[in-house]
Design a protein around this ligand. Structure first.
Ligand SMILES: NC(=O)c1ccc[n+]([C@@H]2O[C@H](COP(=O)([O-])OP(=O)(O)OC[C@H]3O[C@@H](n4cnc5c(N)ncnc54)[C@H](O)[C@@H]3O)[C@@H](O)[C@H]2O)c1
Length: 385
């Protein structure tokens, strides 16, 4: 018998939509022990949250997240609101005994993140952070190739996360839609928004990062505030580049900007090892490029006149998640990463084993983000403790 999982969602924006879609789809495609019930959604603007609830089929709505957290008919609080709200909501939800899943980055800084980890662990509630790129089948396949020993001793990890939507100096900052450009709400610029994803993926594929040295830049120093119309200093990092050392002895480079003309969501990584390499680009999400030098099963070294990179079309039934979707050759997309994530969260609930990345796992990414920002200020290498 499938049990209901009563969801309370906070935020009706970009993530409010992806999460709502995932809750509606997941039980149609995955065979799970719990079925999400769209119990209540929440945001401060009553007209907008009411319209959102009607559009997506939420049973009810609230305009104060504290009321949502207190409701007896809610099992799971899903935080899809800006970064400066995560801490207070997650701690209140854990104290109320609710499961909590929270958008990334987990918090504004390590101090907040540590308290959030303590809160969910003391309450003993299931928790997860929406690092949804782990659920892109091609990225999950990359993890599988690493675990199968196909990369061998790793030497280099190379990540980029490039966009171009803030190049125009007339783009304002702050307010309901442009809070990402205001450090008081976002915590940081591209470091917490984009590199947090790259760091989570890197740690997942290549293990812990031990130290970093970084440089950041704010290209446009002043922008109008979206609410006051007044020009004021820009407080976020527009671009960030950092070098990293991994515990396994490999080296990494990470680059992120919102000033790479023509790049929209250019989230890439490449891992080079002694026995093979993998490369991925989110703008071509169904492909994983793989270079095989040594096959770990046969020990055979592939070194002849047809040796080369191959693009694996990650749509076959034997590929991660793909037996749940369509037929080989039919691609899935961005929204499915959220559905796959909900499916994994529920599977963790069904088995009692939980699901990665937990708040504790996401704390490691937060530590790297904080170290990157500290290093950008001091110019020194910073160890991750
Ligand atoms: N996993 C991903 O790939 C991904 C992508 C985009 C955003 N995010 C993260 O998701 C979160 C939300 O981002 P978004 O792009 O959906 O933002 P958004 O601006 O589109 O939506 C934010 C929503 O939060 C609501 N909100 C703000 N303050 C609130 C409060 N005090 N109480 C209740 N509701 C409140 C707003 O009304 C809005 O509905 C951020 O933490 C962001 O970093 C993650």
């Amino acid at each position: 018998m499938t049990k209901p999982l009563n969801v309370g969602l906070i935020g009706y924006g970009f993530m409010g939509r992806t999460h709502s879609n995932a809750y509606r789809q997941v039980s149609k495609f995955f065979d799970l022990g719990h079925e999400p019930v769209l119990k209540a959604c929440c945001a401060r603007n009553e007209d907008k949250i009411k319209a959102f609830a009607e559009n997506w089929g939420w049973e009810s709505y609230e305009t104060d997240w504290k009321k949502l957290v207190e409701r007896d008919d809610i099992d799971l609080i899903d935080i899809g609101s800006p970064n400066n709200t995560h801490y207070e909501i997650a701690i209140a939800a854990a104290k109320a005994g609710k499961m909590v899943i929270c958008e990334k980055p987990l918090a504004m800084n390590v101090k907040e993140a540590e308290e959030m980890v303590a809160a969910v662990e003391e309450a003993g509630v299931a928790n997860m952070v929406w690092y949804n790129y782990r659920r892109v089948p091609a990225i999950t396949l990359a993890k599988q190739l690493v675990d199968e020993g196909r990369i061998g001793r790793p030497f280099h990890y190379r990540a980029t996360y490039l966009q171009d939507w803030t190049i125009n100096e007339d783009v304002p900052q702050g307010g309901a839609t442009l809070w990402r450009l205001d450090a008081a709400v976002a915590g940081s610029g591209v470091t917490g928004d984009l590199l947090a994803h790259s760091i989570d993926t890197a740690i997942w594929l290549n293990g812990p990062i031990t130290s970093v040295v970084a440089a950041t830049e704010t290209f446009i120093k002043e922008r109008e505030h979206a609410e006051t119309g007044k020009k004021q200093a820009v407080t976020i990092d527009d671009a960030c580049m950092f070098l990293a050392r991994f515990a396994n002895g490999s080296m990494g480079t990470f680059e992120s900007t919102r000033y790479a003309r023509g790049r929209k969501n250019f989230n890439t990584f490449e891992l080079n090892g002694a026995d093979g390499s993998v490369h991925f680009n989110l703008e071509d999400p169904h492909l994983l490029s793989y270079f095989e030098y040594k096959n770990p099963t046969t020990g055979h070294k592939v070194e002849d006149h047809v040796t080369g990179w191959r693009d694996i079309n990650v749509t076959n039934f034997e590929h991660p998640y793909m037996d749940k979707w369509w037929v080989p050759g039919c691609t899935i997309g961005y929204e499915h990463t959220f559905t796959n994530a909900v499916a994994d969260f529920i599977a963790g609930l069904d088995s009692g084993n939980g699901t990665e990345p937990t708040f504790r796992t996401a704390l490691e990414t937060q530590k790297v983000c904080d170290a990157v920002l500290e290093s950008a200020k001091s110019g020194n290498w910073v160890d991750i403790k």
